[in-house]
Each structure stands twice: as C-alpha cells, then as structure tokens.
Design a protein. Structure first.
Lengths: 248, 248
DNA sequence: ACTTCCATACTTCCATACTAGTCAGGATCG
DNA sequence: CGATCCTGACTAGTATGGAAGTATGGAAGT
C-alpha cells in the first residue's frame, strides 16, 4: 500500500537514480504522505520503482543523516517520529544564524536587495488568503534570499537541513497558519534592514522565528502519534534573550 | 603508496565496517595525511583494508556530504582542497550559534558547570607549552561542554561538521599556534558566564572564534596548493558586529 | 492455559558482477 | 607533420546474490 503514496511520478532512467529516490522520499516524509512511524524497506521501495536495492539504500543513508529515517540493522527502517526537541533545536539554530545574517545585511543596506524583497512581500500577501500551502515555498525563497545576499550560501545549505524537521510540523499545521502575521514580520525585517538598524533587524528575525512554531503545542496535542516526546513531558523552549545587555 | 597513510590500524570485523572506514578516512583527511587534491578510489581503499567496495562507497558518500571528498561520477574521487570561503563560513556559523549558547548559559549560571570548566582550563594550560596538538582535543571538549550544558546537543552535531573544515586548517598551523592566548579567551568566556553577564559572554565567544583562524592568511600563503580560493582572490571575512546597537 | 523452542520469513549489511561513462595514448588518415 | 578516431584501462553507478541478525507464529512440553 505504501507504494501508492510515494511513486507518484516515474523516474528518469537517464540521470542518476539515487538522488531521485532521495528527493521523492524526502518530499513524501516532509509532507507526511509517509507518516511518522511507518515501516519501509529497501526491497519494497526498490520494487515500487523497478530499480535495484542499491540506490534505495544510499538514499536511505542520506535521509537517516537528516534524521528523517531511522535505519535499524537487521530490523528495518522506519520513518522517524517528529522529535519535539529536534524541532525546537532546529528553530534555535536558525534563529542564531539568521539573526546574524540580518545584522550583516543591515550594516550595508543594498537598495537592489530591498526592491527584490519588497516584491516578494507582495507575492506573499497575494497567496496569504488563498493558498497557504504556497506560502511555505515563498517563505523559503525569502529566507534564502537573505542568506544569499549576505554571501552566506553555505549557511543556507545548513538551514535547509534544519528546515526539514520544522517543515514537517508546518505541513501538519496548514489551515490554521497565521500567514498574514508572518508576512508582517517579514516586512519588519525588510524595514529594519533598509534603515540600516542592525539591532532592529536582529530582533525582528528573532521574533519572527519564534513565532513560526507558535502552534506546535496544539499540533502536538492534535496528533500526538506523530511525535516523539523524549523523556518527561514537553521540553520548555529555552532561548537567548532578544534584549541583550548594552552591547551585543 | 596511499594505503600506508590510511591503514594504520586494522578494522574490527565484528562491528559494522562502514563507520570504521568513515572514521579512519575522516581522520586522515583532517590531519592532512591525505593531502588536498589527492585522488583516491573505491577499489584502492577497499583493497587496502581487504573489504568490498560497498562500505567504502558509503563512507565516501558521507564524507562528500561533509565537503571533505568530491565524488566525480565515472571520473574519480578526490580529497577536496580547503575551501577558503567554506572555512570562513564555518567560522561565521559557529560564532552565531555558540554566541547564543553562551548567552543562555549566562542567563542561569550553574556553579557545577563553572567548576567543570575551570578544571578544563587548568588542563588546557598544562598542555599549552608542551603539546599543542593535544590542545585541539581539549578545545573541542570545552566547546562541547558549553553546548551540552545549554541542552543543545543537536547544535553540537552541527558544529562538529563545521569544525572539520576548520580543523584541517588548525592541523596545518600547529607549531605557531597561540594556545596561551586562546586559553585566556576561554577563561574570559567562563568568567562572563559565572557573572551572569550575557552580553559579555556573547562578546567573549565572538572574539574567541574570530581569533581561532587568525593565521589563516599565513597558512594559505605557506601552502597555497592545499587551498581552493574561489574566484578573484581571498574573500574578505564579513561578520556581524560584535558591538550591536542598544539591544541585541 | 502458559512457557519454551524452533522454523521461517523477513530485515539490513556486505561481496561480487556487470554497465556505462571518462580519459589518455597510439595508430591511422589527410 | 598534424588532426582524428579508436582502443583499452581506468572510474563510479547499478544490479544481484548470499550472510548474519531479528521478529513472529506455531508446535511441543509442562
């Protein structure tokens, strides 16, 4: 039964197989078509795409590295449950990294960048009411633009991996997703950068990234079987203070 | 000839082979026993350890993910040169993450942690004059202790990957390595945490991590063949300001 | 009814064979 | 002599065949 949820499109036999398997599986997991806790096997996936087990295995290894699969030797491979701590940790790391990126950008505001960002804000507003699913794509584009502008492409590669954990939650929370609010926060970031206010840019990013997972507790309450709460209840999100001392 | 530089110890056939190969190769690359630019092949490595290509291949994939190897399909696999930008990027990311960690720790100074850190400082001073190579291990322990204390074990996993790029440089620069100075900076971090001064802790970490690669230009000048300078000269390190605005 | 043992059907892991692409060097042709 | 093509020795990518370990269900014994 599992095959139907994964093999939506056929593979291109001309290009390398492993990356294709990887991409399809990753998408299926993040969008929760493969539910947390599901068992999958090399053989099963290989048959469903009519390839050998080898490229499937290598895709599994990559996904296990991202924390999306757990490969248990001689026992099986399962889609990991969403780890509450990992999600909060990913959020913490993104905040630390992107806050510094915003500070760099605010140091030397680039008019061309501001223009580009404001265009993106318009697009975000356009989909806000109609298609919240599309917002996730635009949101990714926004944050990526910031990283690229700061010449921190390497940082984005890291953030991408962190996002996978967070996005699983976001795809669960669609529907009741405060898109309008988030767009407003994006605007605050752009404003602060434009004005060259490093500390305002810093604070705006931190506020924004703390809001993104605001409904995590509700989602957890609604679908507890998707989550893997470590030991002893829901962890308290601990963060560095937004308002630091006199200097940063 | 390459085998001699890698197969120093035998493998344990009882435990999984892939992780062993991975660990050995990673160590060989970071310590520059495998020099940047060296070509290696799955077959060659497999023969040198008397295993099949398969586990070697999987180790290669992991190392390529960390940016230590470049696998060129149907052409070969080479040890990547040290990418100047990647090193600076890794440093930037560590600064952002560890600065936030220090802030968290300074919010609630833990006496037991302070005691532990001060003991580590003593050990660091002990090796400072005698064995600078050992310092790298103690340094790793120090930074890891900070991450763990802030309940950010996930963050450390990320930092470990970043460190691999930076450590390649550090193993080149041994000898003229300002260990005493770095220990002093460690002490400043501990002091700031103990006093609960979040902004001082923040600043101390940032200062420290900017110092670590202070001699990168000289190392690059000494061994240019180990480096891969992107396009157009040495990139200027761009960083967020240590002294931010009135708030952080 | 309950426990213990064992056959069986899985699973991932490793070994091996084969495919296809790349590159260098030499023969051949102009 | 010089350009071109071909051939063979590489490379990594993929397919497939066991090997070793694990879970499961039923039979046998208490």
């Amino acid at each position: 039964m599992t095959e139907n949820r994964i093999t939506s499109a056929a593979l291109d036999p001309a290009s390398p197989i492993t990356p294709q398997i990887y991409a399809h599986l990753r998408d299926a997991i993040i969008r929760n078509r493969l539910a947390p806790g599901d068992r999958i096997s090399e053989t099963e996936i290989a048959k469903s795409w009519s390839v050998s087990r080898q490229p499937v295995r290598e895709a599994f290894i990559r996904l296990a590295g991202e924390g999306l699969l757990a490969v248990l030797p001689q026992r099986g491979t399962i889609v990991t449950r969403i780890n509450y701590s990992d999600v909060l940790n990913a959020r913490f790391l993104r905040e630390a990294i992107e806050a510094d990126i915003a500070k760099i950008l605010a140091q030397r505001p680039d008019p061309a960048l501001i223009t580009e960002l404001r265009a993106q804000l318009q697009a975000q507003e356009a989909v806000a009411a109609s298609a919240p699913t599309d917002f996730i794509g635009l949101d990714e584009q926004f944050h990526r633009t910031l990283a690229d502008a700061a010449d921190k492409r390497g940082a984005w590669r890291l953030i991408e991996g962190l996002k996978s954990q967070m996005d699983r939650v976001r795809f669960l929370s669609l529907g009741h997703f405060p898109v309008v609010k988030l767009v407003g926060q994006h605007r605050a970031i752009v404003d602060a950068i434009e004005q060259g206010d490093t500390s305002a840019a810093n604070a705006a990013v931190r506020t924004h990234l703390r809001e993104v997972l605001i409904d995590l507790p509700q989602i957890h309450a609604a679908k507890p079987e998707f989550f893997d709460v470590p030991e002893g209840g829901i962890p308290e999100p601990v963060n560095a203070p937004i308002q630091g001392g006199k200097d940063e």
